[in-house]
Design a protein around this ligand. Structure first.
Ligand code: GSH
Length: 201
């Protein structure tokens, strides 16, 4: 498999999952402004939507959308419990966290990076985001993970979004349980390895 990524962006969650699952894979960075890969390929020929992550599967198919990629990777490593068994109540909880992270956290936080969005709009967005993080603060199990007793792909995704907060004027320290959770997930070997590979450590 091959992951197209940008250092520290949402593709980090897929990168962590690839490492955690022990898959054989390569990565190639994408310049999102020029839509060129580091090897000089026009990224739009790989993902016409122009964004990362994009995962080239072993049969050559290209899978896009972070949530789809994370669920695919978990399904390919069923013994590792990167997702609970499909159809179980815990599996639905996992999907619930993935969708919440994608739509209620990832996209609004990403908007805070956009210099074209006026500060007043960003401030309004932060009001809603604080409510979302407050929900996560109360929902995250002390000492544990989002679903079940072991890290899942939902943790890799939430960790990735939380890592952006200092850069957009939101202090993770506002939420002590989330801060402890972030430290806990960040200490996983797979997370450390992905951060090093993306030159973030
Ligand atoms: N719906 C996509 C969105 C992915 C996304 O927002 N990727 C960002 C980086 S975190 C990106 O590549 N932005 C560049 C662009 O949209 O042109 C997903 O969930 O995978």
């Amino acid at each position: 498999m091959k992951l197209y990524y940008k250092s520290g962006a949402c593709s980090l969650a897929s990168h962590i999952a690839l490492i955690e699952a022990g898959f054989d894979f390569t990565v190639e960075a994408v310049d999102l402004a020029t839509k060129k890969t580091e090897g000089g390929t026009d990224f739009l020929t790989i993902n016409p939507k122009g964004y990362i992550p994009a995962l080239v599967l072993d049969d050559g198919q290209v899978l896009t959308e972070g949530v789809a990629i994370l669920l695919y990777l978990a399904s390919q490593a069923p013994d590792l419990s990167l997702a609970p068994a499909e159809g179980t109540p815990d599996y639905l909880r996992l999907v619930e966290w993935l969708v919440f992270t994608a739509t209620e956290l990832h996209k609004p936080v990403a908007g805070l990076f956009n210099p074209a969005i006026p500060e007043e709009v960003k401030d309004l967005s932060k009001v809603t985001l604080r409510r979302r993080f407050e929900f996560a603060e109360k929902a995250v199990a002390p000492g544990g993970y989002l679903v079940g007793d072991s890290p899942s792909v939902a943790d890799f995704y939430l960790f990735t979004v939380l890592s952006w907060l200092p850069r957009v004027g939101l202090a993770l320290s506002e939420w002590p349980a989330l801060t402890a959770y972030y430290t806990r997930v960040g200490a996983l070997d797979s997370v450390q390895e992905a951060l090093k590979a993306e030159k973030l450590l």
